[in-house]
Design a protein around this ligand. Structure first.
Ligand SMILES: *[C@@H]1O[C@H](CO)[C@@H](O)[C@H](O)[C@H]1NC(C)=O
Ligand SMILES: *[C@@H]1O[C@H](CO)[C@@H](O)[C@H](O)[C@H]1NC(C)=O
Length: 401
């Protein structure tokens, strides 16, 4: 099953022009079947959208504005980091956000969000039925009307409210992976695009990675191209022209992941500055797709020496791996006569939190990153925040109760 999944995912990420050179004959023989399945899927999708369009299926409306963050393709599109970015932006204004996430795959993403937003007034609701999850949490904490103050002549997003005392009452809901979750009405639709693999082979699931045809970009209010720092300028331009073919006035912004701090694997509430590895002996342990960029990131923090152990992507750490790591650590320790520090990515930590805690007496640090908006051709972080704010100000006017 795993092998089949890998074969199919390779078809999905190979552009048609490279099929001859990159795909096996078994993969070729799968294409007609997958094409057929894609057409069925596409038809079902079309029917579903029509039913919502003509209000035969009703959209549920929450009592607070909803920002949806979605994707058209799977993987690496920065959806969850964007959810966190928006949550923090709202918290800066003293607004408590409610994050609604489906909690797929052992709810790793939900765990990460909860950990990152610990100690803030953000709430994370996990569950496939997001309207029901929202109802439970809204009942518990209540909600505030962002427009309440606008109506008395003072806009909510003004400077004075920036220092407003926190209220646990929910002001805005953020829908994680909301693009296909049509059951919930949204005020703002943000679509994340992975700059490194924007649309794969341009085909729908399962032949391709697209969950919807590119025309679905027409439903977006804004597109954010993630990993923009790792993409050549001509590829950025190609993505822009694809997006603008669908709607040439769609705003597009660019983002990247930036390392922000470490947490201790043994005690994740313990936040440590990136300077912790300065002048240290570091062993980078990872099981991710881009181990090289992880190691490069650590190198930039100025350690004395960096060694690495790369496992294959999604590898599940076991006791025998811990032994391999220990042996390497002992070698480093005797070579440099200081105790080395182990650094892992957050993904790896979440996959095996218990195993990685087990490296005593060595310290294990988990690298945490945050999404940043990168400036490109006049689209800056400030203009992105201004865009969000204008949108919310307009839509909160319709939530006067
Ligand atoms: C994007 O879409 C896939 C389904 O194709 C979904 O499982 C996933 O949660 C979404 N987000 C990411 C970051 O892949
Ligand atoms: C294109 O996007 C803009 C900005 O989101 C929107 O105002 C406009 O209605 C969209 N046009 C179409 C044809 O969807």
């Amino acid at each position: 099953m795993e092998k089949l999944r890998r074969l199919v995912s390779q078809i999905a990420t190979t552009p048609p022009s490279q099929r001859l050179s990159n795909l096996s004959s078994l993969q070729f023989s799968l294409i007609p079947l997958l094409s057929f399945a894609s057409s069925v899927y596409s038809f079902a999708l079309y029917i579903r959208h029509r039913l919502y369009h003509f209000s035969i299926f009703r959209q549920h409306r929450l009592p607070v504005p909803v920002i949806s963050v979605g994707n058209l393709t799977w993987g690496g599109n920065g959806k969850t980091p964007m959810v966190e970015y928006i949550a923090r932006w709202l918290l800066d204004f003293g607004i408590s956000p409610l994050i609604l996430t489906r909690g797929y795959g052992g709810a790793d993403e939900a765990k990460m969000l909860q950990r990152h937003l610990l100690g803030t007034s953000a709430k994370v609701g996990v569950g496939a039925n997001r309207a029901a999850t929202a109802a439970t949490i809204l009942e518990r904490y209540g909600c505030i009307n962002l427009c309440g103050s606008t109506c008395s002549g003072r806009p909510f997003f003004s400077k004075e409210t920036q220092t407003a005392s926190y209220s646990d009452k929910i002001g805005v809901a953020i829908l994680d992976d909301g693009m296909q979750h049509l059951r919930l009405w949204r005020d703002l639709e943000i679509v994340m695009v992975n700059g490194m693999m924007p649309w794969g082979n341009n085909q729908l699931l399962p032949l391709g990675p697209l969950r919807e045809p590119l025309a679905a970009l027409g439903r977006a209010d804004v597109v954010v191209v993630h990993h923009a720092d790792l993409v050549a300028e001509e590829n950025i331009e190609a993505i822009l022209s694809t997006v603008w073919k669908v709607n040439n006035s769609l705003p597009v912004f660019f983002s990247k992941m930036a390392p922000s701090y470490f947490i201790k694997a043994a005690k994740t509430s313990c936040v440590i500055s990136l300077r912790a590895v300065y002048d240290a002996i570091v062993l980078c342990v990872s099981a991710i797709g881009f181990a090289e960029s992880f190691v490069q990131t650590i190198l930039k923090m100025g350690p004395k020496h960096v060694d690495r152990l790369d496992f294959s992507d999604h590898h599940l750490f076991q006791t025998k791996d811990i032994n391999v790591i220990r042996i390497r650590l002992k070698e480093l320790e005797s070579e440099f006569a200081v105790q080395p520090i182990v650094v892992v990515t957050e993904k790896d930590y979440d996959r095996a939190p218990e195993v990685l805690k087990d490296l005593n007496p060595y310290q294990v640090l988990v690298l945490c990153s945050r999404l940043q908006i990168v400036p490109y051709k006049g689209c800056t972080e400030d203009s992105f925040k201004k865009f969000l704010r204008q949108h919310l100000e307009i839509s909160s006017a319709s939530y006067i109760t």
